[in-house]
Design a protein around this ligand. Structure first.
Ligand code: ARG
Length: 462
């Protein structure tokens, strides 16, 4: 034969070596070997059930596939670039192993539905893995929050001191973000849960196959309902990388804060030595490299998202080889987010909170200025007027190097007659936090029921 490829019948010349190299995806899609074999096993069982292959052939194919699986997992297989991808490599291994029967496996199937199936199965598995890692992180955040319900710290807007909060309150904001990420992963899983197997090249098949049977065998909710869409859809890849981008964005924001917090200027938290690094020239340095790298890797995942969106944007229906470019972007995003989640969780878990520094930092910066204004509102003045009075008091304090709570009652009264002795209680930092009792606010009283909701959430999801 002039061309000995599985598809070589209509070819007169051999494939150029460079074409093989350029065209092949085995280098990276070999990681889909398990999904490919599971898909083939289900396909074989269906072909037998429908009388398309004999029980003897079916057994022979299934045994062969299982043997190949063991061989791959024990490192006894060398993949061949000239067999292009994982699908044709496994098919070739199978025919080499069992002969004629192996050639029947590809009846009523195409690599187009095969690759869509393998990738979907892989995506579904990894969406669950990522969700598990997020839940571990959520648990770590929750435990730290429980230890820090009383840890008063400055809350910021524009990175300028704003109002006093607690460390628990602050990190539970991330709990909320990761909760949304989990729900996004669940949504993506749900939409990825339709089985493309049996769509074949694009137009289904004339064989009497049972797509519901293979879909069920492979753990899908149902088969895809349009064979063209089944082989040309990569929304599930885009959605997965998009979900991962959200997670990376949230991790990156958290990392940014950690980097700021462990700077000498802030000194809010201390990273454990095992999750920090030194400098090759400056002996005194302890750097938050891990947090910086996670922040950096966020850019790389966004790049992958832009990459796959751009690959897909101009493709006519149905399958086009461009779509082979989805895999490295997908795999890299999955590897990256898993690695980042694992190390971030450990880094955060082992970090320690400098409670006294946090508390001290709330003592300057007039974090209770809003409470001065609110105090006068409660005495009957409109907020816009009280905002002005509090602002003038802040200006007076800056001029005289004082804090609001250090002013004498006389000094308060110069700005408004309505100030009484109870102003000191109203603006003590402790009360500024603890009087914020509305749902979702920082006081311990408000946080406790939220913590209970979070505990229940983790228990249910695990
Ligand atoms: N390696 C290909 C991919 O990743 C598999 C599908 C190839 N199909 C085809 N008709 N060439 O997309």
């Amino acid at each position: 034969m002039a061309n000995d490829k599985l598809w070589g019948g209509r070819f007169c010349a051999k494939t150029d070596e460079m074409t093989d190299d350029f065209n092949s995806s085995i280098r990276f899609d070999k990681r889909l070997y398990l999904e490919d074999i599971e898909g083939s096993l289900a396909h074989t069982r269906m072909l037998e059930k429908q009388g398309i292959i004999s029980p003897v052939e079916s057994k022979c194919i299934q045994d062969g596939l299982k043997k190949i699986l063991t061989d791959i997992e024990t490192g006894n297989v060398t993949f061949d670039v000239s067999c292009e991808d994982i699908h044709m490599n496994i098919e070739k291994l199978l025919t080499d192993l069992i002969g004629e029967a192996g050639k029947k496996l590809h009846s009523a199937r195409s690599r187009n539905d095969q690759v869509a199936l393998d990738t979907k199965m892989y995506v579904k598995k990894e969406l669950l893995n990522i969700k598990k890692l997020l839940l571990v992180l959520e648990e770590v955040i929750l435990n730290k929050a429980k230890e820090n319900l009383d840890t008063v710290m400055s809350g910021f807007t524009h990175l300028q001191k704003a109002q006093p909060i607690t460390f628990a309150h602050h990190i539970c904001a991330y709990f909320e973000m990761f909760k949304r990420d989990i729900s996004r992963l669940e949504d993506a899983y749900d939409r990825a849960d339709t089985c493309p197997l049996g769509a074949c090249a694009l137009a289904g098949t004339t064989y009497n196959i049972d797509r519901y049977y293979t879909s069920e065998l492979l753990g899908f909710k149902m088969p895809t309902l349009n064979t063209i869409d089944a082989v040309s859809d990569r929304d599930f890849v885009i959605e997965t990388i998009s979900c991962i981008s959200f997670i990376m964005m949230h991790l990156s924001r958290f990392c940014e804060e950690i980097i700021i917090w462990c700077s000498q200027e802030y000194n809010y938290i201390k990273l454990d030595d095992s999750y920090s690094t030194g400098s090759s020239i400056m002996p005194q340095k302890k750097n938050p490299d891990i947090a910086e790298l996670v922040r950096g890797k966020c850019g790389r995942v966004y790049g992958n998202l832009m990459g796959i969106l751009t690959v897909m944007k101009g493709l006519p229906l149905a399958y086009n080889k461009d779509m082979q470019e989805d895999k490295e972007l997908l795999f890299d995003s999955i590897d990256t987010v898993k690695m980042c989640l694992e190390i971030f969780t450990k880094m955060f878990q082992t970090s320690s909170v400098n409670k006294s520094v946090m508390l001290k930092s709330t003592k300057n910066g007039f974090l209770n200025a809003t409470d001065v204004a609110d105090y006068l509102v409660k005495k009957g003045l409109p907020f816009r007027d009280t905002h002005k009075i509090a602002g003038e008091l802040v200006f007076y304090c800056i001029q005289n190097s004082k804090n609001l709570e250090d002013l004498e009652l006389d000094e308060f009264k110069k700005y408004c007659e309505l100030f009484e002795n109870d102003i000191y209680d109203a603006i003590s930092l402790e009360n500024c936090v603890q009087n914020r009792k509305t749902t979702g606010a920082p006081s311990k009283e408000a946080m406790k029921p939220i913590i209970e909701i979070y505990e229940k959430y983790i228990k249910e999801k695990k």
